[in-house]
Design a protein around this ligand. Structure first.
Ligand code: C2E
Ligand code: MG
Ligand code: MG
Length: 598
């Protein structure tokens, strides 16, 4: 091999080896005992390794020669790092850097490396000479220093410096991916007193135990650090729900609250937590830290042993939501839900053509809770799935029951949450409920949201088509509040659009809302869809909608959402209203309304 090398070197260089024999000995010694040398061909296949390289890598020469370089450094560096190195040397340049290699026994060693390509007449590398110096010891010292700088010696936790590093990194990532992040500041209550009265060794032991317990409260990606004395910092990244922050805080405080046994003494310790959240409470590290600290001081003022959000709005909302969440989980089995029904009126004939089922929650000790308050919580927790199924079943069964009583056939509109719709078995559930209740699919309207049209479009189209095929009517609720363009709608098999209440509310006063409403009506008609107006409260609104050929409507002007028996009474009256051959005038419709038929 050495001959072969010499030949090649002579072939490509004009300089012969110009060394004295004694110098050659020194060189030989260096080559064998102090530096590590490898030579590989243009493909990276090892052609030569010296003794020192074998000694450090723990491979024999035979095991290395003819092998590709990953034998010594597979998965030790990122793909990017390796690609850059190869780009440099294949372009004929020398590469210098530090490499982490794996020895035959699996242990790692670090080498400071210079790789020099040998170039042929066309300046193309035909061989690479790598000179390595073992820097494992130096690296160990560096790591030790890094540890000292970044970790707390007492608890072994990362320290404030490391926390700030992580915070900066986490913030950049949260910004890039549009994610939320929470910073929790924990300060032990009355720690100073314990430390002074029981002695520092007890104080130290206490901090170690606290650090240990805190570590057990964290999720995989959370980060915990000891900031100073009795202060700890927690970083929660990728939080999808504000409630998660409460859960972690709650868990931390509860764990701290367990008595701690040190020697013969039992010590009770509490902590106060301040929380700031990116992006709502600041968008730079300093502000977020300052606000978490401030929130922590307020927690102490409020009486210690508590957690406190920087934002008062979040404080209230989250505490309430958490209570709603736990109360909601039992609401179905305790039959606390009921449905109200709001009639939908044909604006040409004045007849009730349908009912919309609207959920109500009779919460014990609180009273009636509006869906606006609990549906978002139910969606976040996934509880909307069983709740939604209950709504669907109850509403379909009710419609069937009315039909069996001989009441006029109407459609039943049921609101579907995007969370429910995304479940794989949604269509199956709809089919099962229709089957079980015996309701004709044509008498069920599913009110979908505009957001479903925007997300995961192809999938949505498929699902919509399946529902359509099953004979169910599809409607888009609160239309105009999302961002879907009407052109977009063409792709979906939708039967009707419900113009959002906010437009209807102002049609008589606001020129823009009037224009939008008429545009929605005419475009929907072009696409052969019906238009339903929501929230009709005044005759003026009704007249406007009739004049602009809106098909149907619902609103307080006709009836508020009412319990099943009252809805049934309204349906009974439908029979008594004169059957109109011609569309009713506004006056007629108005009269029938004032008679209270709707
Ligand atoms: P939505 O589906 O747009 O329902 C119409 C809402 O407008 C109902 O509020 C209804 O009471 C109200 N409303 C009807 N007419 C008028 C009017 O003339 N003036 C005014 N100011 N309001 C009127 P509700 O019952 O509080 O429901 C609010 C929202 O909660 C619903 O909006 C719907 O998005 C959701 N929701 C209700 N029930 C369910 C359900 O069973 N499942 C799901 N996923 N969501 C539901
Ligand atoms: Mg609705
Ligand atoms: Mg609506």
């Amino acid at each position: 091999m050495e001959n072969k090398l010499k030949n090649k070197a002579q072939k490509h260089s004009n300089n012969g080896l110009d060394v004295m024999p004694e110098e050659l000995d020194i060189l030989k010694h260096v080559l064998n005992h102090s530096i590590m040398v490898t030579i590989s061909d243009e493909e990276g296949i090892l052609q030569y390794v010296n003794k020192k390289f074998c000694e450090i890598s723990k491979f024999s020469r035979e095991e290395l020669i003819g092998k590709d370089h990953p034998i010594v450094n597979a998965s030790c560096h990122s793909r990017d790092f390796m690609a850059k190195m190869w780009d440099t040397i294949t372009s004929g340049k020398t590469w210098k850097g530090e490499l982490r290699n794996r020895a035959k026994d699996g242990s790692f060693y670090w080498v400071d490396t210079t790789i020099t390509p040998f170039l042929d007449g066309e300046n193309k590398p035909y061989q690479y000479l790598a000179i390595h110096t073992d820097i494992t010891k130096q690296k160990e010292i560096e790591e030790h220093v890094h540890h000292l700088v970044h970790y707390d010696t007492l608890t072994g936790l990362p320290n404030r410096t490391m926390f700030l590093d992580r915070l900066t990194q986490g913030l950049a990532q949260a910004k890039r991916h549009d994610q939320k992040m929470a910073i929790l500041f924990l300060d032990l209550d009355r720690f100073k007193l314990t430390n002074e009265s029981m002695g520092h060794h007890v104080g130290d032991r206490l901090l170690e135990i606290v650090a240990d317990r805190l570590g057990q409260c964290l999720r995989k990606d959370d980060f915990l650090a000891r900031m100073a004395g009795d202060e700890f910092g927690l970083l929660l990244t990728m939080i999808s729900r504000d409630e998660d922050v409460i859960l972690v805080s709650d868990r931390v405080l509860k764990t701290l609250n367990q008595p701690i046994q040190i020697e013969v003494q039992e010590i009770m310790i509490k902590g106060s937590i301040g929380i700031s959240i990116y992006p709502s409470d600041g968008d730079d590290t300093e502000t977020l830290l300052k606000n978490a600290d401030l929130a922590m001081s307020h927690a102490k003022e409020k009486g210690k042993g508590q957690f406190n959000f920087y934002s008062p709005r979040l404080n209230n909302k989250l505490h309430q939501n958490l209570k709603i969440e736990s109360a909601l989980s039992h609401a179905i089995e305790r039959s606390e839900f009921k449905l109200n029904y709001q009639p939908q009126i044909c604006l040409r004939t004045g007849k009730i053509i349908g009912m919309e089922a609207l959920i109500r929650w009779e919460r014990p000790g609180v009273g009636l809770v509006s869906p606006a308050e609990f549906v978002p919580v139910a969606e976040e927790t996934g509880l909307i799935v069983p709740i939604g199924e209950w709504v669907l079943r109850t509403a379909c069964a009710q419609n069937k029951a009315w039909q069996l009583k001989g009441l006029p056939k109407i459609s039943m509109a049921v609101n579907v949450s995007a969370v429910q719709f995304k479940k794989e078995d949604f269509i199956e559930i709809v089919a099962r409920v229709l089957n079980e209740t015996g309701l004709d699919p044509a008498d069920l309207i599913l009110e979908m949201t505009e957001s479903m049209l925007m997300e995961n479009t192809d999938m949505t189209i498929k699902q919509f088509n399946k529902l359509k095929k099953a004979g169910v009517t599809l409607s888009i609720d609160d239309f105009g509040t999302g961002y879907s363009s009407l052109g977009y709608l063409k792709r979906f098999p939708i039967n009707s659009l419900k113009i959002d209440r906010s437009f209807v509310n102002d049609i008589a006063q606001d020129e823009d809302d009037a224009v939008i409403t008429t545009a929605i009506i005419s475009l929907a008609h072009n696409l052969r869809m019906d238009v339903v107006a929501e929230g009709i409260e005044t005759e003026e609104q009704l007249i406007f909608l009739q004049e602009n050929e809106c098909d149907s409507g619902q609103g307080f002007l006709f009836s508020r959402p009412v319990p099943a028996d009252a809805a049934e009474a309204l349906l009974q009256k439908i029979r008594w209203s004169p059957s109109l051959d011609k569309p009713p005038s506004h006056k007629q419709l108005g009269e029938s309304l004032s008679e209270g038929s709707f």
